[in-house]
Design a binder for this molecule. Structure first.
Ligand SMILES: Cc1cc2nc3c(=O)[nH]c(=O)nc-3n(C[C@H](O)[C@H](O)[C@H](O)COP(=O)(O)OP(=O)(O)OC[C@H]3O[C@@H](n4cnc5c(N)ncnc54)[C@H](O)[C@@H]3O)c2cc1C
Length: 302
């Protein structure tokens, strides 16, 4: 039986792997290779990298650090986490792995605009013409022409946040028409944010800009932020009995414990700020709590 199985090798899972391996615990680290961090062309808000760092490079360095202490990243999708009277059975690939504790660090997946093909999407993301995280990178588009694809309260809040970076922000409805109540419309008007009906589609990269078809014809921007929400990859924990918010984010206590004893969660999959630093911090707390929980069950003396 492993001391702990970590599901997910993004910033949260890799941080936990470093801590747990250095606590001399036996761990397995399963991952299916879709970290959101791998989509970051260059992060400039992650402390310690004055010139910024590509997400893939950060993941490579973190994995190398975890491997230095004996952790091994196994490319395997976890299908089910089954709570037992003592510990868990983790079903991954064709096998079942017993563990005394499980840490879920499976992250989230951003919803993309419907009408964009993969090649255009990936090229636009790489060039900074398409962005998903204003907290992370709106600084880079200060005083630029910004489009936000979204509507309702969520679209409004993202557009208002970006108004702190540029006076030129346009909120484009993903579907045919905006769904904005009088209060939303009032707040957008007060901030001078233009509203354009959709449906938006036919995205094109045009030199250093991105253009999109709207009800008002083709519009061109320095960058576009889709504000379309995310799919929270919390299904494994919810199926095991863990409590989640209405949108699927896992609820944890101050020590990253879910409502299922022995099942922990860290990173984007947990309700809270979706940032690398936060994912790492939560993983450090989870790993230390796991270590102390296991030590209460039996001494971890050498
Ligand atoms: C375009 C973009 C730019 C960003 N820029 C920044 C930035 O500049 N600064 C910043 O702080 N944050 C940034 N972020 C956010 C940052 O990427 C996330 O907050 C961070 O990656 C969260 O880490 P995580 O470990 O929780 O999840 P993730 O990094 O998403 O890792 C989750 C891992 O779990 C694995 N997994 C999921 N389900 C299973 C399963 N069933 N079995 C096995 N493995 C599984 C996945 O394959 C994945 O590797 C950005 C995000 C995007 C999309």
């Amino acid at each position: 039986m492993e001391d702990c199985i970590i599901v997910g090798a993004g910033p949260a899972g890799l941080t936990a792997a470093i801590y747990l391996a250095r606590f001399h615990l036996s761990i397995r680290l399963f991952d299916c290779g879709s970290s959101r961090a791998a989509l970051i062309p260059r992060t400039n808000n992650h402390a310690g990298y004055p010139e910024g760092v590509a997400g893939t490079e950060l993941l490579r360095l973190m994995l190398a650090q975890a491997e230095r202490f004996g952790a091994v990243r196994e490319t395997l999708e976890v299908k089910r986490i089954e709570p037992l009277s003592e510990g868990f059975a983790v079903h991954a690939g064709e096998r079942t792995f017993p563990a005394r504790a499980v840490l879920l660090a499976t992250g989230v997946v951003n919803h993309r605009p419907d009408a964009i093909d993969d090649a255009t999407h990936d090229a636009a993301l790489k060039a900074g013409l398409l962005r998903y995280c204003p907290i992370c990178d709106a600084y880079e588009v200060t005083d630029k022409r910004i489009g936000v694809i979204g509507t309702g309260d969520h679209g409004m809040r993202e557009a208002l946040f970006l108004r702190g970076y540029s006076a030129d922000v346009t909120l484009i409805a993903p579907g045919a028409e905006h769904r904005l109540d009088a209060d939303c419309r009032g707040q957008l008007d007060a901030a001078g944010i233009a509203r354009i009906d959709g449906p938006c589609g036919d995205f094109r990269i045009e030199g250093e800009r991105i253009s999109v078809g709207t009800a008002n014809g083709r519009m061109s921007f320095d960058t576009i932020y889709p504000a379309l929400g995310s799919r929270i990859r919390s299904g494994l924990a919810v199926a095991a009995g863990a409590r989640a918010s209405a949108d699927g984010c896992l609820e944890v206590d101050d020590h990253q414990r879910t409502s299922v004893p022995g099942l922990f969660a860290a990173g984007d999959v947990v309700k809270g700020l979706d940032q690398i630093s936060h994912a790492m911090g939560e993983a450090g707390v989870a790993a230390t709590t796991i270590r102390n929980m296991l030590a209460e069950q039996r001494p971890l003396w050498r």
